[in-house]
Design a protein. Sequence first.
Length: 121
Amino acid sequence: MSLLLSPETYERLEKKFGKQEAREISEALDAVKQDAQKAIENVQQKADFLITQKKFELKDELTKELATKADIVRLEGEIQKSKLELDRKFTILFIILFFTTIFINQNALEFIAKLLGIIKP
């Protein structure tokens, strides 16, 4: 007797078709059930494989598109380098502006000397 059919259902099959045919029907239903379970397992395995494959594809795509820690560190270094270059340029331009102001305007030199305390008012 099949585990798929309840005892009452099996007895009905025996009454309707006879003992031998009821057994064959029960075995056929068991075979169908086993085939269906195998098909479900195969589909599940294929789905698991495809899921894993898609995960790896997405991971590869994201690692190619997103910035890595190394990229961020490299960019921070470039930013610091640019910052130092700009700081030097501004310092040089300030010094040039300072001396230009002094050479063009002699009163500015006297005023700066008074500010620094070199000349007494």
